[in-house]
Design a binder for this molecule. Structure first.
Ligand code: FAD
Ligand code: NAD
Length: 466
């Protein structure tokens, strides 16, 4: 039986990054993945394919709606070739997962294809292509998550679907009903409304993106409404039924009335659940809590001291970069180092257009924590760069401590915010004040100037261009 310093179960961004860092630190490392391609949810059916379709559909929207504003006239009809768009998405996925194969080889990591399950806390059984048993001094559980469902919905995966099927549809829906106005519902809802589908978003809470700053929800809601999407907030879905090619969704509104929506596809995007099926965690003495998460302490150590868990399968945000940070953290912990993660500084991004991004505390959280704060906000429409490209929607909002001026949260919606948020993370990591940000130079003309202007606004109403 082959023996390793570390075995990692699951090859998503948590698992494969943990494996690389373990190998870099001189540990012999094995990676076990039940599917034939590496990269987990993120690379195969998550971050990468959804961003490929968002990019393709954005190009289509630009070509059909905005090229003429720039003086570009395209003679004839512009058409979507969905089959080609989906094939391109798959080739992006294939290149990216192939890249992980290369990284495993480069770092001398042994990859096993098959379902990994615990025999005990140091032995793993592998069932599948590379069937057998391996031994490891330390084991990292990185088994990720799967889409959750509502108990009364039968997913037929043809017309009542999750994100996984929505990434490979064979036709553009006529009317897609999206249950859940969270990240997946909005990103994939936007893909399909851009391609010509009518989209109805049915959300249980009173706003989309309910965990983000309310100002961002309001602004993105306007964008969806402008695209003629029906945004049904405060609607609790009661039933989903398929009749032939039709899907009927019934939901209860605030007044207690039952409202019916009829479409040809229904995307169920009500969150994801941690995935431990088939892992036999009990055999290693690893506790799973009532939410289905692997229970971990502050070192991401499970109830078995040599077994760690990271990513979507443990508590916290279900984000690829959070999983990656935890992968590095655990590898360094096993190597005897003292790593640190500041969870408050893990940014959240929604890759719609305009993009939505945030880091740190929201106004709602600061109020609840009774922290006194100042707000500096700056609209993109006041930027020369935004007008030049025609992307004037959105704003940057900086929240700073009323007394010390330390930046406590940054919330933004607008062009390129997914990249702009990195400046806010850096500033907060170094505990910058709003005045610090306002005093260093930002190139002109850029979208980043909105960050500087919002910082000026927070430092005492000193924004220069409003
Ligand atoms: P996963 O990526 O889920 O990987 C777990 C792996 O473990 C899987 O490959 C699985 O097959 C394998 N596995 C499970 N059990 C076993 C077993 N017993 N034996 C062997 N292998 C096993 N996050 C972002 O940060 N940005 C985004 O833009 C983004 N977009 C997303 C879009 C969609 C449509 C979805 C669904 C998710 C998106 N996410 C995004 C979330 C992101 O994909 C996850 O947070 C991330 O993949 C979690 O990484 P992980 O390593 O914990 O688990
Ligand atoms: P989510 O938690 O973001 O949103 C789910 C939404 O469904 C919530 O707004 C919730 O109020 C609503 N909901 C729940 N029950 C409902 C009901 N009965 N009726 C109507 N609405 C209901 O979950 P998601 O969009 O499915 O995404 C899953 C995970 O994947 C998230 O944790 C997210 O972090 C991750 N993800 C991230 C990205 C990104 O970083 N850009 C993209 C996609 C997914």
């Amino acid at each position: 039986m082959k023996s390793y310093d570390v075995a990692v179960i699951g090859s998503g961004p948590g698992g494969y990054v943990a494996a690389i860092r373990c190998a870099q630190l001189g540990m012999t490392t094995a990676l076990i993945e039940k599917y034939s391609t590496l990269g987990g949810t993120c690379l195969n059916v998550g971050c990468i394919p959804s961003k490929a379709l968002l990019s393709s559909s954005h190009h289509y929207e630009e070509a059909t709606k905005h090229f003429s504003d720039h003086g570009i006239d395209i003679p004839g009809e512009i058409k979507v070739n969905l089959e080609k768009m989906i094939a391109r998405k798959q080739s992006v996925v294939d290149q990216t997962t192939g890249g992980i194969d290369f990284l495993m080889k480069k770092n001398n990591i042994d990859v096993y294809e098959g379902l990994g399950s615990f025999i005990d806390a140091t032995h793993i059984k592998i069932e599948g292509k590379d069937a057998g048993e391996i031994e490891a001094k330390n084991i990292i559980i990185a088994t990720g998550s799967k889409p959750s469902n509502l108990p009364f919905i039968e997913l037929d995966k043809e017309r009542i679907i999750t994100s996984t099927e929505a990434l490979k549809l064979k036709e553009v829906p006529k009317h897609m009903i999206v249950i859940g106005g969270g990240v997946i519902g909005l990103e994939l809802g936007q893909v399909y409304y851009r391609l010509g589908a009518q989209v109805t978003v049915v959300e249980y809470m009173d706003r989309i993106l309910p965990t983000m700053d309310a100002g961002l929800s309001k602004e993105l809601n306007k964008v969806f409404k402008k695209a003629k999407c029906k945004m049904m907030m405060s609607h609790k879905v009661q039933s989903v039924e398929r009749k032939g090619d039709e899907v009927i969704v019934k939901a209860e509104n605030k007044k207690g009335e039952i409202v019916e929506f009829k479409g040809d596809y229904c995307l169920v995007s009500v969150g994801r659940r941690p995935y431990t099926d088939g892992l036999n965690a009990e055999a290693a003495g690893v506790k799973i809590n009532e939410r289905g998460q692997v229970e971990v302490n502050e070192h991401l150590q499970t109830s078995a001291s040599n077994v760690y868990a990271i990513g979507d399968v443990v508590k916290g945000a279900m984000l690829a970069h959070k999983a990656e940070e935890e992968g590095v953290f655990v590898a360094e912990t096993i190597a005897g180092q003292k790593p640190h993660i500041d969870y408050n500084l893990i940014p959240g991004v929604v890759y719609t257009w305009p993009e939505v991004a945030a880091v740190g505390k929201t106004e709602e959280e600061l109020k609840a924590e009774k922290v006194e704060y100042k707000v500096g906000q700056f609209p993109f429409r006041a930027l020369g760069r935004a007008r030049a490209s025609g992307d004037i929607d959105g704003f940057v909002k900086i929240l700073a401590d009323k007394t010390t001026d330390e930046v406590l949260g940054v919330h933004m919606i607008g062009a390129r915010c997914a990249d702009l948020i990195a400046e806010a993370v850096t500033a907060m990591e170094f505990r910058a004040s709003a005045e610090d940000i306002s005093r260093y130079s930002h190139a002109h003309p850029t979208f980043a100037e909105a960050v500087k202007e919002a910082a000026l606004a927070a430092t005492g109403n000193r924004a220069l261009h409003v």
